[in-house]
Ligand binder design. Structure first.
Ligand SMILES: *[C@@H]1O[C@H](CO)[C@@H](O)[C@H](O)[C@H]1NC(C)=O
Ligand SMILES: *[C@@H]1O[C@H](CO)[C@@H](O)[C@H](O)[C@H]1NC(C)=O
Ligand SMILES: *[C@@H]1O[C@H](CO)[C@@H](O)[C@H](O)[C@H]1NC(C)=O
Ligand SMILES: *[C@@H]1O[C@H](CO)[C@@H](O)[C@H](O)[C@H]1NC(C)=O
Length: 386
């Protein structure tokens, strides 16, 4: 008996000792593997930050169709269209909205919606796969490619609570916006230990953007007014002034991210050019997925191939349809008059130089398609400094 007693207490002592060792080792392991504060869960928040007519609808859809993603397209639209003040005055309202949405708090939207809103009160709600499938909507199958008409009929439930609960079940919350024109207002989100934010900054050749904007003139008038902050501008100058503001915003963001970036930006920001995606869609999108911790699926791979190598020559407004992406990214060279090309190059010189878009010096150069105006990008991943 005595013998057994000794043995039991020895075993107990050894177990305590072992437990302590495990705890110590685990702490040490965490220490080794943590760079900065770790979020309390594995969730990742992705801000797809872009500008008008830069391929962000397509890129948003790439994320939207992933079954791990809760996606909302352009929630900040509500801020701009409800408050309708110069962009600078809306920054903090947008920041707070994104902050709440990233934490799956959809009640923040109620400020901008009618009382007792249906889910359909959310801008472009049918474009969100997550809002059109379980658990947000029990009447439809869980499928990367939703039937939008069916969604419209069956998923338009009252209140945002179901959508909010659904949001909590996803590992990734992805929000797309063209309305954030600087990076600084996002710093508190990047530093928030409850979030694990990644920013994907999607840019495009300003000449192509300008040409695409010309096709959608009218649709962007309200936004242009907000971008310019009510500055009086002659009508024929307006498109160039807006383009200038957009290009300046890219320069501001890129300078923040690459020239003496704050340490907390490290590994959180990535810039991607639309043209690189058009040329190597799978490679570029795989690298973005890796950046945010998503796995590529065969269905998505097929869809991307279909969308970027399709035959359809043009699309209307903001619809995503199958097109030859390489061809489309060059369309400005044949359709945009040379004098306009020159003006855009003037107002966007700095952005073009930073992003690696070579300027055109003559109409002949512009039209000869053997000259490549896309230079290798020098903007690799940013590495914050201390
Ligand atoms: C709101 O949703 C309810 C079902 O929850 C539906 O009966 C009603 O028609 C919807 N209203 C609108 C304006 O879509
Ligand atoms: C976009 O597609 C929807 C149906 O998918 C259609 O009703 C709408 O007219 C299209 N918009 C444009 C501008 O082509
Ligand atoms: C897309 O367009 C590019 C250039 O215009 C061409 O080289 C390529 O073969 C086209 N691809 C398809 C699938 O049509
Ligand atoms: C794009 O493709 C169309 C037909 O497929 C062709 O006519 C056009 O020249 C092409 N444009 C460019 C810039 O390659």
């Amino acid at each position: 008996m005595w013998h057994l007693k000794i043995n039991l207490s020895t075993v107990f002592f050894l177990m305590v000792l072992q437990g302590a060792a495990v705890v110590l080792l685990f702490d040490w392991y965490l220490e080794l593997n943590s760079h900065g504060p770790k979020p309390p869960n594995d969730k990742v928040q992705v801000l797809l930050l872009s500008s008008w007519r830069s391929g962000s609808t397509f890129m948003g859809q790439v994320f939207n169709q992933h079954l791990s993603v809760f996606y909302l397209m352009e929630p900040a639209w509500h801020v701009w269209n409800t408050v309708f003040k110069p962009a600078g005055m809306l920054r903090m309202a947008m920041r707070d909205m994104l902050w709440s949405l990233f934490q799956c708090d959809l009640s923040v939207m109620e400020t901008y919606l009618p009382e007792h809103p249906n889910i359909s009160a959310l801008f472009k709600w049918r474009d969100s796969r997550a809002l059109c499938s379980p658990p947000a909507c029990s009447f439809t199958p869980q499928n990367p490619f939703v039937d939008q008409d069916k969604c419209e009929k069956r998923c338009n439930v009252q209140g945002l609570q179901r959508a909010q609960n659904a949001c909590n079940t996803y590992s990734h919350v992805v929000l797309k916006t063209v309305r954030i024109l600087e990076l600084e207002s996002l710093y508190p989100l990047i530093q928030d230990p409850n979030l694990n934010l990644r920013i994907i900054h999607l840019v495009r050749d300003p000449r192509a953007v300008f040409q695409s904007r010309e096709n959608t003139w009218g649709l962007l008038m309200g936004d242009d007014y907000i971008v310019l902050g009510q500055k009086k501008t002659p009508a024929d100058e307006l498109p160039y002034r807006v383009m200038q503001e957009i290009c300046r915003s890219h320069v501001r963001i890129i300078e923040r991210a690459f020239m003496m970036p704050p340490h907390f930006l490290e590994g959180r920001y990535k810039v991607v050019r639309y043209e690189d995606v058009a040329r190597n869609p799978l490679e570029e999108i795989n690298s973005l997925f890796q950046f945010v911790g998503l796995r590529m699926t065969p269905e998505l791979e097929n869809w991307i191939n279909y969308m970027t190598q399709g035959k359809a020559a043009r699309r209307g407004g903001f619809n995503v349809s199958s097109r030859n992406a390489t061809n489309i990214s060059q369309a400005w060279r044949s359709t945009l008059p040379h004098d306009k090309v020159k003006r855009v190059q003037e107002v966007c010189r700095e952005a073009m130089s930073l992003l690696g878009y070579r300027t055109v010096n003559s109409e002949e150069e512009q039209k000869s398609l053997e000259i490549d105006f896309l230079l290798p990008s020098e903007l690799k991943e940013n590495l914050g400094t201390d």
